[in-house]
Ligand binder design. Structure first.
Ligand code: VAH
Length: 318
């Protein structure tokens, strides 16, 4: 069987850094080329093949795919929900053009697989907010969500029309310590840990009872690789699979932190991101992923908090 060689586009982002490190453990360092529009993230610097690549540059991407003998692409470059609302046209352009170019390249170069992340941001106010089903009313209210839903439909089209093996997950909010989030509405759930260690207080930009579906990055990375390694016949949808692990509010994550830092305090000053969060589900039904390809989360709020604080203390020496 031909050795798989993976190109990660957008390897400098919150998911990309961790996915590059994890995929290198599975496929071998030299078989995973990390790329981003900017210089290598510190965790990727001097740790394997790296290329400066603009996800919008189709020619440069094709050249790199040919030069490196790439067989799979993980396309992670995107503007997230909060950033996207500040420049809707740019968000649509980047999120959609990069995907359409990658899908087209996948057919032309006969790539074996493509991964492209979607998000629970595809759901909007008209969607049932509790235990949101895999198939339901989908009317996204942010440009990010619109681009992710449109992208899911394009992935399904390229699979049905040309047989491209493209797979996708609707990630919830992701919490990580190795890599930094960028421009998301759920970023508060990462910032709070840093602030708890540094200042023992945090001002949340979402109100105290704003429940959102969330997941620890370790689970998200493992779930992504398990999806991509599942036999094709187990993948029953080429839209994106709902994926979830837990739901919590700022008040609940603060209480989880206070079990380790008793004098930690939180207050609330909701900003424009509150309106985005209010349009999203409170909890997700991910039974399809669990039944079709065996998805199962391993982290809940309290063991995530313990792991986050332990690793952040070691990383930043609080
Ligand atoms: C965002 N972190 O906040 C992303 C995610 C479900 C949220 O897609 O935009």
């Amino acid at each position: 069987m031909k050795q798989e060689k993976i190109l990660i586009i957008g390897a400098g982002g919150q998911i990309g850094v961790e996915l590059a490190l994890a995929l290198r453990k599975v496929y071998g360092t030299d078989n995973v080329v990390a790329s981003d529009i900017k210089a290598a993230h510190p965790l990727l610097k001097d740790s394997g093949p790296y290329a400066i690549l603009n996800a919008m540059d189709a020619n440069a991407t094709l050249e790199l795919v040919k030069k490196e003998g790439i067989t799979q692409i993980y396309l992670l470059a995107a503007l997230l929900s909060a950033t996207g609302e500040k420049d809707p046209k740019k968000a649509w352009e980047i999120n959609m053009q990069s995907l359409l170019q990658t899908l087209e390249l996948g057919v032309q170069e006969k790539l074996t697989k493509i991964y492209w992340p979607s998000s629970i941001a595809v759901f909007g106010r008209s969607t049932p907010h509790h235990n949101t089903p895999q198939e339901t009313v989908i009317e996204p209210q942010t440009v990010y969500g619109i681009s992710k839903y449109a992208g899911e439909l394009w992935c399904q089209y390229y699979n049905q029309r040309w047989g491209l093996d493209v797979r996708s997950l609707r990630y919830p909010g992701l919490i990580s310590w190795k890599s930094e989030p960028g421009g998301g509405t759920t970023d508060y759930a990462v910032e709070i840990y840093h602030e708890a260690l540094k200042n023992k207080k945090y001002t949340s930009f979402l109100s105290e009872d704003t429940y959102l579906p969330m997941m620890y990055m370790d689970d998200a990375i493992r779930g992504t690789i398990e999806l991509m390694e599942a036999p094709s016949e187990k993948i029953k949808t080429r839209m994106a699979y709902n994926l979830s692990a837990m739901s919590f509010s700022p008040k609940e994550i603060a209480a989880s932190i206070q079990k380790h830092i008793p004098d930690f305090t939180i207050d609330y000053n909701p900003d424009f991101r509150q309106k985005i969060a209010d349009g999203w589900p409170k909890s997700i039904d991910d039974s399809a992923a669990r039944e079709h390809w065996g998805w199962k989360n391993e982290f809940d709020l309290d063991n995530m908090t313990a792991d986050m604080l332990l690793n952040l203390k070691a990383k930043v020496g609080h």
